[in-house]
Ligand binder design. Structure first.
Ligand SMILES: [Mg+2]
Length: 169
């Protein structure tokens, strides 16, 4: 039953993901969560993230921000600074925003992955929608209470995921 919460891949942060992962898995387009995936709680991103994204785009991978935040101005600002299309009020894990992202990216679902820090919105949403899912650790631990409440369950899911991967050898 936990399967729907399992990510396809797990990394510490966006910049730890090797570009070869996309090539090996036929990923031609990547949807990015914004808060705590690309930027911290003060909407600041690491310069290394900007460079990583630039290199990714130069390798021909299409990108897009898909954020649940209602704060259009912030998503617009980050999208422009990082030179990527952006969508706010995505309503992840529901398919509403994913469908919009699909139109922007114009690739089949099997060639798309989402990268995000939350199991219940990014991973579960991506799995429901039928794309690959990459879970990263949240940049910042200074989160809303409701998000914090979900973390122990996320840890359980990650633990189970790792056990499964290890048992497969
Ligand atoms: Mg997030």
């Amino acid at each position: 039953m936990l399967e729907r919460f399992y990510p396809s891949f797990v990394y510490s942060s966006v910049i730890d993901i090797p570009y070869s992962l996309f090539e090996k898995n036929g990923i031609k387009a990547v949807i990015f969560d914004m808060d705590n995936t690309l930027v911290n709680s003060k909407y600041i991103y690491d310069e290394k993230v900007k460079i990583w994204l630039k290199d990714l785009k130069e390798k021909g991978i299409k990108v897009c921000i898909l954020s649940n935040t209602p704060n259009y101005k912030k998503v617009e600002q980050i999208g422009k600074e990082l030179s990527m299309p952006y969508l706010h009020r995505a309503l992840k894990p529901w398919s509403f925003g994913f469908k919009k992202a699909l139109k922007i990216l114009n690739e089949p679902k099997e060639s798309i992955a989402i990268i995000g820090d939350q199991v219940f919105t990014d991973v579960y949403g991506g799995n429901r929608f039928g794309i690959k899912t990459i879970l990263v650790e949240p940049i910042d631990k200074n989160e809303f209470f409701i998000t914090k409440m979900k973390r122990p369950v996320e840890r359980l899911v990650i633990k189970k995921y790792k056990e499964r991967v290890e048992s497969k050898g």
